[in-house]
Design a protein around this ligand. Structure first.
Ligand code: ZN
Length: 169
């Protein structure tokens, strides 16, 4: 297993639309293990392949308090949603920023697990938020896209300044 480098906004690779996965092979399983290790290490509750520069439709999540409920989503799609509600959100690819936005309070989604078995799951609360957030990543979207352009520009300038300072030290 390995800890992968998480890309930060405004890295253009975060804007790639991930390709569907046809074959679940050893390499993919290793990659899924690496995603989990990277997510738990960060620490975060979800991580999509696009966040580590791999444009394939796979993401991992664990929204449990005890970090013992790993969920793999391969080729995920949302098939039913509840009402939109206000939530606070952050992202490992947008460090040191949290904001409030609207998400569906529950979703029903379909995906494949790490063995390639198709499953459906209804998620609510933080897990529902996470499912929407990670699928957004696979479509090249970031949660800050839902904020005003002014706010996004402010975050971009803050990020660029932070990256410059990191490069100097
Ligand atoms: Zn994210």
């Amino acid at each position: 297993m390995a800890i992968l480098e998480i890309l930060h906004f405004p890295d253009p690779r975060l804007r790639e639309k991930a390709e569907p996965i046809a074959n679940i092979d050893r390499d993919l399983e290793t990659f899924i293990d690496d995603l989990f290790e990277t997510m738990y290490d960060a620490p975060g509750v979800g991580l999509a392949a696009t966040q580590v520069g791999v444009a394939r439709r796979v993401a991992v999540m664990d929204c449990s308090d005890d970090k013992n409920t790993p969920i793999v989503m391969i080729n995920p799609e949302i098939i039913e949603t509840g009402e939109l509600v206000d939530v606070d959100e952050g992202c490992l690819s947008v460090p040191d920023h949290y904001d409030s936005l609207k998400r569906y309070e529950w979703v029903r989604f379909r995906a494949q697990d790490r063995r390639g078995e198709t499953y459906e799951m209804e998620a609510s609360g933080l897990l529902a938020q996470c499912v929407q957030h990670e699928i957004g990543h696979l479509d090249g979207e970031l949660y800050i896209d839902k904020l005003s352009r002014l706010k996004r520009e402010r975050i971009r300038r803050k990020r660029e300044k932070a990256e410059r300072q990191a490069a100097k030290s």
